[in-house]
Design a protein around this ligand. Structure first.
Ligand SMILES: Cc1cc2nc3c(=O)[nH]c(=O)nc-3n(C[C@H](O)[C@H](O)[C@H](O)COP(=O)(O)OP(=O)(O)OC[C@H]3O[C@@H](n4cnc5c(N)ncnc54)[C@H](O)[C@@H]3O)c2cc1C
Length: 374
């Protein structure tokens, strides 16, 4: 086996999944995150079948399914509330798993932390990677508390804002997508299954959608321009304003948003690094090297797929450099399909009425391509 010890920098979906996948193969793993403690902050997430398949590989599928609401389709609405179509979602993880589940992010994160701890992963919070150095067949790290250590591999799982990425000689940087997004967790009635609506007159939000994340809760997203206007409105009033032209189930959702709703706005950025993700024994994975506008809900799925496959390659006999090059070649092709589709969909969101625009086809083809295992 080419590696026996690993430092993981970052404890999001990528870092925790990689830590678990490596620890399952007998690697001694230590994980650091700059967060001083894990907090239960965050919104809902749509987890596609191929992510569930990867969660099965790292031994957390039963717990993840237990905290999620399964869905096999999404209802498309006109802004006035009429149903446009019922769109089945491909079962990208195979027929034994739901097409998607909706869940609260902190619930899934907690499951990953518990699994990592149970496998003996050392977790150190409140620490950053300050510098690293590559040796012949090792890498050394210096952390923000001054600790200096040697590892067989360092995995940079710092997300899209990664500070270590440029130190790996990667010149690509995050770029604006032209889109912004509001997210909220609110209540739903039992008959409300997942849905999305498109505007009729181009004012307000580009698109509004919701995904059940519990028996009586759902997660709303409101896709809009990337700048939060300085219009004197409170956040909840701004979300209501953006949703004003959306009716049917969206009337209830809009009215459920109030001063106490936990809301978050962010500009959506993206990055795709097509060239090598590693230098020597230090490699970047997950959103540090591929982040996309969440229009086909594949971000986390691609992160967890990275983790499982990376662990498979670097714990199989063979030269490290050869194994990592083979891993990269295999991953980059698959991730590129998701990146291309997500950016195409973002362009169409920004330019409604583009002749030939066919989001349903692009979404269906991109998800269909993910059905074979990564
Ligand atoms: C608005 C929005 C909606 C989304 N919806 C979905 C969805 O429905 N379905 C889906 O599959 N995906 C979705 N995604 C994508 C998904 O959230 C990401 O792909 C995934 O969370 C990225 O995981 P990550 O671990 O690579 O990065 P992150 O989640 O960003 O984790 C990085 C971690 O590294 C830590 N860190 C950063 N820098 C350092 C450092 N220098 N030292 C130590 N620690 C550090 C951070 O504290 C953090 O814990 C969405 C993304 C956005 C923006």
């Amino acid at each position: 086996m080419p590696i026996h010890s690993a430092l993981i920098v970052g404890g999001g979906f990528t870092g925790l999944s990689t830590a678990i996948a490596l620890a399952q193969c007998g690697v001694q793993v230590s994980l650091v995150d700059r967060a001083p403690e894990w907090t239960r902050v965050g919104h809902g997430i749509t987890i596609q079948g191929n992510a569930l398949r990867a969660f099965a590989e790292i031994g957390v599928i039963d717990e993840v399914l237990a905290v999620g609401e399964p869905e096999d389709s999404v209802t498309l609405y006109f802004a006035d509330g009429r149903v446009m179509a019922e769109m089945p979602t491909p079962r990208t993880g195979g027929d034994d798993l739901p097409a998607t589940i909706g869940a609260l992010r902190p619930d899934v994160h907690e499951i990953l932390v518990r699994r990592a701890e149970a496998l003996g992963v050392e977790i150190r919070l409140g620490l950053e990677l300050v510098s690293f150095e590559n040796g012949e067949d090792w890498a050394s790290s210096v952390l923000s508390d001054g600790t200096a250590e040697n590892w067989d591999v360092i995995v940079v799982a710092e997300g899209i804002t990664s500070q270590t990425r440029p130190k790996l000689g990667i010149t690509e940087d995050r770029a604006p997508s032209g889109l912004g997004i509001w997210r909220a967790v609110t209540s739903r009635t039992p008959e409300m299954t997942g849905g999305m609506a498109f505007p009729s007159d181009g004012s307000g939000a580009f698109k509004v959608g919701y995904t059940p994340v519990g028996a009586d809760e759902c997660y709303i997203f409101v896709l809009c321009p990337p700048e939060r206007p300085d219009n004197g409105l409170e956040d909840w009033q701004e979300v209501q304003r953006l949703m004003a032209n959306f009716h049917g189930p969206f009337d209830r959702l809009r009215e459920s948003v109030g001063p106490d709703t936990f809301l978050n706005f962010q500009e959506i950025e993206w990055i795709f690094v097509e060239g090598p993700w590693h230098r020597g024994r230090v490699i970047a994975l997950g959103e540090a090297v591929h982040a996309v506008p969440p229009l086909i809900a594949q971000g986390a799925a691609q992160c967890v797929e990275d983790a499982v496959l990376f662990a498979e390659y670097v714990t199989t006999d063979g030269d490290f450099e050869t194994q990592v090059a083979a891993f990269h070649e295999r991953r980059v092709r698959r991730v590129k399909g998701v990146v291309d589709a997500s950016l195409q969909l973002a362009t169409w969101e920004l330019n409604p009425g583009t002749p030939g625009a066919d989001p349903g086809r692009v979404m269906g083809e991109a998800l269909g391509a993910l059905i074979p295992a990564p």
